[in-house]
Write a protein that binds this ligand. Structure first.
Ligand SMILES: *[C@@H]1O[C@H](CO)[C@@H](O)[C@H](O)[C@H]1NC(C)=O
Ligand SMILES: *[C@@H]1O[C@H](CO)[C@@H](O)[C@H](O)[C@H]1NC(C)=O
Ligand SMILES: *[C@@H]1O[C@H](CO)[C@@H](O)[C@H](O)[C@H]1NC(C)=O
Ligand SMILES: *[C@@H]1O[C@H](CO)[C@@H](O)[C@H](O)[C@H]1NC(C)=O
Ligand SMILES: *[C@@H]1O[C@H](CO)[C@@H](O)[C@H](O)[C@H]1NC(C)=O
Ligand SMILES: *[C@@H]1O[C@H](CO)[C@@H](O)[C@H](O)[C@H]1NC(C)=O
Length: 458
């Protein structure tokens, strides 16, 4: 990516934000789409631009240690993403920019290598420029919004002042002028959008290990809620479930239902699990647990039929293609990360952190190894169910980087990811997902039926 395009992207991002401040909610919705905030609320990213003309290192300063500890962001613990000029950090983190000696002369420009510091603030889209006098220029949305809004206003005022109008006319003209200017900006934003989405995806991609390694990584918020009513065929009982829609496109969808199933049904799953699978045949075992699996199965299929618009879908369709009731993904290794933040004075906090009991506030984020899956283009896969059954541990969960969706595990929670609808296109949003460490996930897959011989001949 060229510097120019990075700058363009930043301009695009801030235009989006500026407009978001000024436009009505309905217009915003249309332009911004349904954006999801999935990052920790204290997380902030900054773009770093090196305009010093020198090689520099950007170091995170751990001010909780005396003497301060410096952690390099270039190959160090920090995590650059979306190219080496973006860093994801936290509000209040302090960074030091350090001039590095030239490789040839082994010397800095002056006797002493220059340094400069900045602190991540609470604003979105921060931009840090180190200029050729080694001074930090720190820009953020608040400043940009202010600058741009006053520019629009001033521009319009200038145009209107030239026209010698009475106050009523001037007001009208002013309002129209502002609207035109905003419309012009909108057109520009639209141009940026395709480019933006590509960039944003790349950024979220590199975030996965950190999302999965952050015990307090916030879940994605739903874009809407629906109610799903299930009538239990055997008893006629009506069950109402809230369906939280987390991602919705014409071609793909992700939603979750809490308390889809009860713990005793999960026990039944464990009983019939063998070699990482619970076979479909377990449902017809005639045992109490088999019957529970059957009840769970028919409920899942009732939901899938409705969501995939496939009324006649049966277990047999999937069974014929060798799909088990559940594929079980266990994390045998596990990852033990301290779930608590260190509290108390610096000495106590640092000592406890060293023992691995807690994490220092502002410590560099930890990366976790995840189990990645990609649904190939042209695959016959339509959708998947992910069921969480086990008691909560730290971490775990399901991460869809392209859709920007993160779901935490919770016993009884079901997630459905629709890769594409029948005979439909597959977009990229749901094709990749990661299972975060420490949790077992039970997965059922729906594929498009192979053409039946009997059907072809009829
Ligand atoms: C900073 O700028 C110098 C000179 O243009 C360049 O050599 C270097 O790669 C840039 N980036 C960093 C991170 O130092
Ligand atoms: C670098 O930034 C500082 C602070 O904004 C400014 O005073 C100085 O003029 C800048 N230097 C150059 C060469 O632009
Ligand atoms: C701005 O765009 C809106 C929506 O497209 C349109 O209704 C309105 O007339 C435009 N205003 C001006 C001044 O061009
Ligand atoms: C969805 O329902 C939950 C409660 O189940 C509620 O907290 C949330 O605000 C609702 N979200 C929307 C977008 O309506
Ligand atoms: C799920 O069940 C638990 C325990 O029975 C209850 O506390 C919780 O409110 C339920 N959640 C929903 C979304 O129904
Ligand atoms: C996670 O959140 C809980 C509850 O707010 C808090 O007690 C804990 O310290 C947090 N852990 C970390 C590592 O931030």
């Amino acid at each position: 990516m060229t510097t120019k395009s990075v700058v363009r992207s930043i301009v695009g991002l801030f235009l989006l934000e500026v407009l978001a401040l000024n436009l009505s909610r309905s217009v915003q919705g249309a332009i911004l789409g349904r954006s999801q905030k999935s990052a920790n609320e204290n997380q902030r990213s900054f773009h770093f631009h090196n305009k010093s003309g020198r090689r520099v290192d950007v170091l995170w300063v751990n001010v909780h240690k005396t003497p301060n500890e410096f952690v390099s962001q270039n190959g160090g613990e920090g995590y650059p993403f979306g190219g080496d000029t973006s860093v994801l950090s936290y509000i209040g983190h302090e960074f030091e920019i350090l001039e590095m000696p030239s490789k040839k002369t082994k010397k800095c420009l002056f006797e002493e290598c220059r340094k400069a510091r900045f602190t991540v603030n609470d604003q979105e889209n921060q931009e840090i420029v180190i200029n050729d006098s080694f001074k930090v220029i720190h820009k953020d949305n608040r400043q940009r919004a202010y600058a741009t809004a006053s520019n629009l206003f001033e521009e319009c005022q200038r145009e209107i002042n030239d026209k010698n109008m009475n106050p009523m006319e001037a007001l009208e003209a002013m309002s129209e002028c502002m609207e035109t200017k905003v419309n012009e900006s909108l057109a520009k934003v639209e141009e940026e959008r395709t480019f933006q989405s590509a960039l944003r995806r790349q950024m979220t991609q590199n975030l996965v290990p950190y999302a999965c390694g952050d015990v307090n990584f916030t879940e994605s918020r739903e874009v809407s809620n629906l109610t799903w009513t299930y009538r239990v065929p055997t008893t006629g009982e009506r069950q109402e479930h809230t369906l939280n829609v987390l991602h919705q496109r014409p071609t793909s969808e992700i939603f979750k239902i809490d308390n889809f199933t009860k713990p005793k049904f999960c026990d039944a799953i464990h009983i019939y699990e063998e070699d990482g699978k619970v076979p479909m045949t377990a449902m017809s075992e005639g045992t109490a647990q088999g019957s529970m699996l059957f009840q769970l199965g028919i409920k899942m299929y009732a939901l899938a039929r409705e969501k995939l618009w496939w009324d006649e879908m049966e277990f047999a369709h999937m069974h014929k293609q060798g799909i088990p009731l559940f594929q079980v993904f266990r994390d045998e290794k596990g990852l033990d990360l301290p779930a608590l933040k260190c509290i108390g004075d610096i000495a106590t906090a640092t000592a406890n952190a060293a023992k691995g009991r807690c994490r220092l506030a502002g410590a560099p984020p930890l990366a976790a190894e995840t189990k990645p899956f990609v649904v190939e283009e042209g695959s016959s896969q339509l959708a998947q169910f992910f069921l969480f059954c086990d008691k909560p541990k730290s971490l775990g969960g399901l991460h869809f980087p392209q859709a920007g969706v993160h779901v935490a595990p919770q016993a009884g929670r079901l997630v459905m990811a629709v890769n594409r609808f029948r005979d439909g296109e597959m977009d990229d949003f749901v094709k990749e997902y990661h299972l975060c460490p420490n949790y077992n996930t039970y997965v059922h897959t729906f594929v498009e039926p192979r053409d039946d011989k009997s059907k072809q001949s009829s």
